[in-house]
Design a protein around this ligand. Structure first.
Ligand SMILES: Cc1cc2nc3c(=O)[nH]c(=O)nc-3n(C[C@H](O)[C@H](O)[C@H](O)COP(=O)(O)O)c2cc1C
Length: 208
């Protein structure tokens, strides 16, 4: 395909593609965390991937360090009283979960945020960007099972960041071009799932 054809295809796609909302969720709430810097890199990569593919994607950043969830004694099956991020989670067509690996799983902050919501997650798509000494993949695999219970489809692509502290500046995460590409590919896959599921929720709502 020539550059002109690619530009035209991208333009056509932009005119016909629905507008999507993706929430990037930063799981770490530690004071000296790196999760916020990685989350910013992910949000930028998502916007870049949308532009390259001619998609209209609105990105919401949900930083769990800035979120106060109600006390767990109010939690019930199916969630709890409406939280301050319920509307953002409910409005999203998809999520990117940016999570460290803590003791071979993902942090309690993220589990609380997941458990505090229910219908808001249903029939959406998610990609996981885990990080740790060896890519944080155990955190990602634990998340898949939990998300399946909420009818969240996870992308095949997982962007596991191994020892990301080696590529961390003061305020910027600058990994290799290969890692940037891996993020772009995962975001493209996420956008596909988010679009497909958005149409399915609208045209064929699941009722059981
Ligand atoms: C409680 C705790 C447990 C950890 N467990 C793991 C682990 O199981 N595997 C791993 O690769 N890194 C582990 N680490 C190291 C983290 O990958 C590293 O501290 C990383 O910076 C955490 O992300 P954050 O700074 O965004 O919180 C652990 C860190 C903490 C604080």
């Amino acid at each position: 395909m020539t550059t002109t054809q690619h530009d035209q295809t991208t333009k056509n796609r932009a005119e016909t593609a629905p507008s999507l909302r993706i929430a990037v969720i930063i799981a770490s709430i530690r004071k000296d965390r790196m999760g916020d810097v990685i989350g910013t890199w992910v949000a930028a990569g998502l916007s870049r991937s949308a532009a390259l593919n001619g998609l209209s994607i609105h990105v919401d950043l949900i930083d769990l360090a800035s979120v106060s969830l109600p006390s767990d004694d109010l939690l019930e099956p199916g969630g709890g009283p409406r939280s301050e991020i319920a509307d953002l989670i409910g409005a999203a067509d998809g999520y990117v979960l940016v999570t460290p690996e803590y003791n071979h799983s993902y942090p309690a902050s993220l589990k609380r945020a997941i458990d505090w919501h229910y219908s808001e997650w249903m029939f959406k798509a998610a990609a996981v960007v885990p990080y740790g000494v060896q890519g944080g993949l155990l955190a990602a695999e634990h998340l898949r099972g939990v998300l399946a219970e909420l009818n969240v489809v996870t992308t095949r692509r997982t962007v596991g960041l191994s020892s990301p502290w080696n590529d961390l500046g003061e305020e910027e995460f600058t990994p290799s071009p290969e890692t940037d590409k891996a993020l772009g590919d995962a975001m493209t896959e996420l956008a596909w799932w988010a679009g497909v599921l958005s149409a399915a929720r609208r045209d064929q709502p699941f009722a059981l």
